[in-house]
Design a protein around this ligand. Structure first.
Ligand code: XBP
Ligand code: MG
Length: 267
């Protein structure tokens, strides 16, 4: 018996490094296609990541740089059109196999599924991006099929009024799972994600920092690593402990839940 019933994963930056070589490239392709000279370099894009949601990010950029929609175009409609084109470019890029899972992701998903732990997603990105990303990877149990089918709940994008750092998407994921916050563990990569999960009441929270988020303040999370890691390539522990485990596995997550006193599944 494990100390939690479900794992709720963030997507961008957590399951894979999707931002710099994925979303950013797709935004730039959409801008070029629309005849705009806008171009987001990696450093600029990293700063823009403070704003979650692609449409919201474009709107923020336009505001910051005093940019207007073309004459005769309504602003929200213009942004929505750009964003639709961006999504198409992103999905196309994924179909070319451009983005690999972060080390340890498929291992942990495989362990969780074999143990009957339920899987869910809570992300600000567009739903079709999530399935496109998951389904380019081979499910680790060797039985074929689609990896997206392993996830009982995929809570994504505009289905909630407020994106992260608001708690809405986690609240929705928990609601759809029919679980209380103490029965699930969240896995995130950013300060916005940490704030969202904590505000939804999820105390068992693991952060796997990456190139874009390594300088962010995620100190409110009880366990912070630089990745999930693999037995032959353990992660660096930034905060908290992996217990007796060398990388993030179910035993480490059990120990985390017990230390926090969540251990919902055992009560
Ligand atoms: C991800 C995001 C998303 C993506 C772009 O945050 O902020 O906006 O960058 O996706 P998180 P869309 O990892 O916290 O979910 O363009 O589809 O919005
Ligand atoms: Mg993220």
């Amino acid at each position: 018996m494990h100390a939690f019933k479900a794992l709720i994963f963030d997507v961008d930056g957590t399951l894979a490094e999707t931002e710099r070589d994925g979303h950013r490239v797709a935004f730039n392709a959409a801008f070029a296609e629309a005849g705009l000279t806008w171009h987001w370099e990696p450093e600029h894009y990293r700063r823009l990541l403070a704003v979650t949601g692609g449409k919201e990010r474009i709107a923020h950029f336009m505001e910051e740089d005093g940019l207007e929609a073309p004459p005769g175009r309504e602003r929200a409609d213009f942004i929505a059109g750009l964003h639709r084109a961006k999504t198409a470019h992103y999905v196309e890029l994924l179909a070319r196999g451009a983005i690999a899972p972060r080390p340890g992701v498929l291992r942990l998903l495989g362990e969780a599924r074999a143990a009957g732990i339920r899987l869910a997603i809570a992300t600000t990105t567009t739903p079709e991006n999530v399935t496109a990303l998951l389904d380019q990877w081979t499910p680790p149990d060797g039985r074929g099929g689609h990896l997206s089918d392993w996830f009982e709940v995929i809570a994504a994008g505009d289905v909630v009024p407020n994106k992260k750092p608001a708690p809405d998407i986690y609240v929705l994921a928990l609601e759809r799972l029919g679980l209380t916050p103490d029965e699930a563990v969240a896995i995130e990569d950013s300060d916005n994600g940490v704030r969202a999960a904590l505000a939804a009441g999820l105390r068992a929270l693991v952060v796997t920092l990456n190139e874009d988020t390594r300088d962010q303040d995620v100190s409110a999370a009880p366990l912070v690593l630089d990745g999930l890691g693999e037995p032959d390539a353990p992660p660096r522990v930034v905060q908290g402990t992996l217990g007796a485990s060398c990388c993030l596995d179910l035993a480490a997550l059990d120990a985390l839940c017990r230390a926090l006193g969540t251990a919902g599944a055992e009560q």
